[in-house]
Design a protein around this ligand. Structure first.
Ligand code: IMP
Ligand code: MG
Length: 182
C-alpha cells in the first residue's frame, strides 16, 4: 500500500484508514438489515461522495444500483442554491433512495438535493453521510445514517477536497484554519 504523507496544510489525522473502513462496514450492515429483501438506489453527488459510495456499496448486501448527480453553485447566487449539472440516469419514482454524502455541514446542499429527489416521488428517501459537522448547521435535516460526528472546522481526504486537492488521501485529516480562509 502507498504511504500518503500528511500534507503541509494539515494538522493531524482525524480518522485513519482502518477507522473509516470499520465504520463503513457497520453502516453497510445497518443498511443491509434495514432494506433486507428490497432494492435500493444509492445516489451520490459528485465528486466528494464517490469514495465513500464505492466502499459503502461493497458492504451493502441487498440489491443495489448506483446513480450520480453533480451540482454547481451559482456564481453570485444565494449560498446553498445550486444548479444541477448532471442529473440522475435512472427513473427513481417508487424506488428506495439513499442519498450518500461525504459531509453534511450547513446542510444547505443536501437539503436542496433532497428536495429535487423528493419531487420524483420515491418510495423512501434516506440520507447516509460519512461525516456530520453539526456546528455550522443552517438547514434542518434528518440524517438516517451517520458515520462520524466531527468538531474540526475543515477536513480533507477520502473524497473531501480543499480547492479540488487531496481527495485521494486514504485517511481524513484536519486542515490548518489559515489555509481555509486564504
Ligand atoms: P453544506 O455546507 O452542508 O451544504 O456542504 C456543502 C459542501 O461543502 C459539501 O458537500 C462539501 O463539498 C463541502 N464541505 C463542507 N465541509 C467540508 C470539509 O470539511 N471539507 C471539505 N469540503 C467540505
Ligand atoms: Mg467540495
Amino acid at each position: 500500500m502507498s504511504e500518503h504523507p500528511l500534507p503541509d496544510i494539515c494538522t493531524h489525522i482525524a480518522l485513519s484508514e482502518p477507522q473509516i473502513a470499520e465504520r463503513v462496514a457497520e453502516l453497510g450492515a445497518e443498511i443491509s438489515r434495514d432494506f433486507a429483501g428490497s432494492q435500493v438506489v444509492l445516489v451520490t453527488v459528485l465528486k466528494g461522495g464517490l469514495f465513500f459510495l464505492a466502499d459503502l456499496c461493497r458492504e451493502v448486501t441487498v440489491d443495489v444500483t448506483l446513480d450520480f448527480m453533480a451540482v454547481a453553485p451559482y456564481a453570485h447566487g444565494t449560498p446553498g442554491r445550486v444548479r444541477v449539472t448532471k442529473d440522475l440516469d435512472e427513473d427513481v419514482s417508487g424506488r428506495n433512495i439513499i442519498l450518500v454524502e461525504d459531509v453534511v455541514d450547513t446542510a444547505l446542499t443536501v437539503n436542496y438535493v433532497l428536495s429535487l429527489l423528493a419531487a420524483r416521488k420515491p418510495e423512501q428517501l434516506k440520507v447516509c453521510t460519512l461525516l456530520d459537522k453539526p456546528a455550522r448547521r443552517i438547514a434542518e435535516i434528518a440524517i438516517d445514517y451517520t458515520g462520524f460526528t466531527m468538531t474540526e472546522d475543515f477536513l480533507v481526504g477520502y473524497g473531501l477536497d480543499v480547492r479540488s486537492r487531496h481527495r485521494n488521501l486514504p485517511y481524513i485529516a484536519g486542515v490548518r484554519p489559515e489555509v481555509v480562509l486564504t
